[in-house]
Design a protein around this ligand. Structure first.
Ligand code: FAD
Ligand code: SF4
Length: 386
């Protein structure tokens, strides 16, 4: 039995790379209720999906609880905006405080794969300077690690998803990509032509975790532009089709429609399991030596607050009182325009041409093309000449 705690091997001698053949199969293993597993992971999304694969490969007994369904991309998904709403966490979410804010439904995913099912698969790396923003720009906080600590993990995941992009990405820590770039879509072409005229450097064709050539049993992208609706084709990487199948093949127990409601503690203060509500509304319990909460920015603190108990009245993992605070939203500035020629903005993956010429010391000033805008967005930009 491998040790439960302690350092994992560095990715340099990592022997748990994914093979090329990833197949969606039904969940197989089911640990008995009386068994105590090594790990229970709450949320099998982007982070939980990778983690469960690593732990199952390392030989641990691991159960993953996922509130949403176990998607079958062929059976469940449609290339249609309305028809894909079930991919989102649709429950009402309001952030409290003096100025309460309702979050949009598509801010996170629900179901095995989580947000990686409907993300845009845009995969740029942070710049080394992003880790020292307080030192360099006097705002925010410096990270406790550097870009160079993280770099081997970027490289590892870029190979595993895998990422397609330009052979040379010139900004930050310049690097290439495992798969070649995608052809330029209509809207990327507009951006590249405009920037080139203004002397702004651009790259095109990525970086995106979307296949520009086939990979095992996954086909390459067919450029229909429904990436945010769940890629029915399987060209876009999501943990549902990359890491989770490998986790299942290595003995992980993934339980869909299982909403974790409380983490429980033993008398000595150590965790001993997770209560959850199953598809039929019954309360169930997973016995576990360790619990990992990977439910994203809203549900993770919610579960830890809901797990308040004697000795932890402010919620679990909240001795600092910062649980649920400092939520940082991702701001996006959108510029849309009308052009005399036909652009076909709905074609191609959403992010595939960009410039980071304005990235440094001016936080948030990177420029990237994003398409396809759907009718919802277009209705807000109806005035010609914007
Ligand atoms: C529309 C959209 C586009 C995006 N595009 C990009 C992009 O191009 N590039 C990029 O880098 N990022 C992108 N992101 C962000 C990225 O998808 C998220 O940062 C990432 O998925 C977060 O990973 P996570 O594992 O923390 O959470 P998630 O992937 O959201 O997974 C959390 C999972 O936990 C489950 N869960 C929550 N609570 C419970 C509970 N109590 N019990 C059981 N299960 C629970 C949820 O159902 C979900 O499946 C995008 C996000 C959105 C919404
Ligand atoms: S454009 Fe490519 S990645 Fe996006 S949904 Fe279509 S096939 Fe999938």
């Amino acid at each position: 039995m491998p040790p439960l705690f302690g350092p994992f091997r560095s990715p340099k001698d990592e022997k748990v790379h994914l093979g090329p053949m990833q197949k969606i199969g039904p969940p197989r293993r089911r640990f008995a209720d009386h068994e105590t597993v090594d790990y229970c992971i709450v949320g099998i999304g982007s982070a939980g999906g990778v983690l469960i694969q690593r732990l199952a490969r390392a030989g641990f007994k691991v159960v993953g609880l996922e509130a949403g369904p176990f998607w079958d991309s062929e059976r469940d998904w449609v290339s249609d905006e309305r028809g894909s709403h079930e991919l989102y966490w649709n429950d009402l979410r309001i952030i409290g405080g003096k100025d309460p804010l309702a979050l949009g439904a598509n801010n996170s995913g629900k179901g095995v794969g989580g947000g990686s099912v409907h993300w845009a698969a845009f995969t740029p790396r942070f710049h080394p300077s992003d880790f020292r923003v307080y030192t360099q720009d006097g705002v925010g906080a410096d990270w406790p690690m550097s870009y160079w600590d993280l770099k081997p993990y970027y490289e590892l995941l870029e190979r595993e998803m895998p990422v397609a992009g330009p052979a040379w990405f010139p900004w930050g820590d310049p690097h290439g990509h495992p798969y070649g770039p995608h052809p330029l879509g209509g809207i990327g072409d507009v951006l590249v032509r405009g920037c080139t005229r203004l002397g702004i450097r651009t790259v095109a064709g990525g970086p995106v975790a979307i296949l520009s050539a086939s990979h095992g049993n996954r086909p390459h992208c067919i450029y229909r532009g429904f990436c945010l609706q769940g890629c029915k084709v399987g060209a876009k990487a999501s943990t549902l089709i990359t890491h989770v199948p490998d986790a299942l093949a290595h003995g992980a127990d993934v339980r869909a429609h299982s909403m974790a409601s409380r983490i429980t503690l033993r008398a000595d203060g150590r965790v001993n399991g997770v209560e959850y509500i199953d598809r039929e509304g019954r309360q169930q319990f997973v016995r576990a030596r360790a619990v990992i909460v990977a439910g994203y920015a809203i549900e993770t603190p919610r579960l830890l607050f809901n797990s308040a108990c004697p000795g932890h009245w402010q919620g679990l993992a909240n001795s600092s009182g910062t649980l649920g605070r400092y939520l940082m939203a991702q701001a996006g500035n959108v510029v849309a325009g009308w052009f005399p020629e036909l652009i076909r903005m709905y074609k191609s993956p959403p992010a595939h041409a960009l410039s980071e010429d304005f990235y440094e010391t001016d936080p948030g000033a990177d420029l990237r093309e994003a398409s396809p805008f759907k009718r919802f967005h277009l209705s807000r930009f109806h005035s010609p000449g914007i």
